[in-house]
Design a protein around this ligand. Sequence first.
Ligand code: CMC
Length: 428
Amino acid sequence: MANIATLEINGEKYEFPLIEGTEKEVAIDIKNLRSTTGGVTTIDPGYKNTGSCESSITFLDGEKGILSYRGYSIEELAEKADFLEVAYLLIFGELPTKEQNDKFHEDIKAESLVDDDIRKIVDAFPKSAHPMGVLSSLTSALTAFNPSSVNVDSEEDMYKSVVRILGKFPVLVAWTLRKKQGLPLDYGDKNLGYVENVLKMMFKKPNEEYVQNKIVVDALDKLLILHADHEQNCSTSTVRIVGSSHAGLFASLSAGISALWGPLHGGANQAVLEMLEAIKEDGGDTKKYMAKAKDKEDPFRLMGFGHRVYKNFDPRAKIIKVAADEVLADLGVEDPILEIAKGLEQEALNDDYFVKRKLYPNVDFYSGIIYRGMGIPTDMFTVMFALGRLPGWIAQWREMRLRKEPIGRPRQLYIGETKRPFVPINKR
Ligand code: CMC
């Protein structure tokens, strides 16, 4: 294949290099488009065709339903690795040796205390606050308590910020839940594994011992791995673009959490459960809701279906569907909502509307059912997604800083009024 793309504008030809990624994807390099064409720009709402960066972290092929982190398939990682190993892999590029893994965990544990004044901020939120709003605020507040984490130019300083947030974030996650449930805030247990500690911090009651359930620990570990990165999605792009102004890691992450909150992105896991509940309450008539999803006059969408990139099964959804069956059976939970979900999936997979538009179940379709089986409240689901996505956001932020990427600043095509004279207020 020629490695040049030619663009003709009003009879004038311009050439742009084609660049090829390691998985043979091809991109037209338009870095010099405006300077060579005298200011012509591109329009691509939702960035459906625009690559914002070159990245060596995560590869996904939406047509084939392939997802890998640093070259390792998501299926293999979900089966064989644990969350902290995957976090290390994403952030530093290689699976850790035993020594590296132990040191990483020790460094994270050493940073797992949160300034006690942050409790006062937690106290100030109403119990009714959505946990994602609380989490985003607390993550941003961490900057004030750790000012040295803002200007991190050396890799050493970056490392300190990375282990600091990996240590403190689970505490914040747990506190968002405990606040809602009126439980005293807890600092967890340094002797536990990362995921076990999160669970204990979330669920320990002050008047009884917390007993770990291996099924729950393993299932959460797997869910966190499946959510750990997904290349340039809405929240990750947010983290990269905020970070590109050198605003600091915690501020960038806080912005990413806000982006994840939306129901078209990470908030879909909560929306799926609410949708399944509503269908159950309404008599379980899945056909009625299928018809609503296809009706262009109706704003209803089948939550947990469709994806910007996957035009095939989301590989994460396949793993989660199997896990949902196993976890609920192991925990002895019989959830009628699982049957409604399976029914909807079957109907959608055989429905022309969904088939033609290549709408398949995504990662969020079954994850909420597992979270619910574990006893996690619905409005905490997206917080669990954020906990899983944290290493991916960190890895992408770090890559962006190490590659010294320029500040993110898209162009636009102005379609407003052209120059006109000011009209004084008494003449308008
Ligand atoms: N239910 C019904 N119709 C749908 C759905 C859906 N869930 N998703 C897409 N469509 C239709 C859409 O109406 C459009 O139809 P037409 O071509 O007739 O106008 C067509 O499919 C293409 O949809 P789109 O909105 O242009 O696609 P997009 O790439 O902009 O949006 C999406 C992707 C994920 C936002 C969308 O599929 C959606 O809203 N899904 C439901 C929310 C959801 O589950 N989000 C979680 C995504 S996975 C987790 C994550 O990574 O964030």
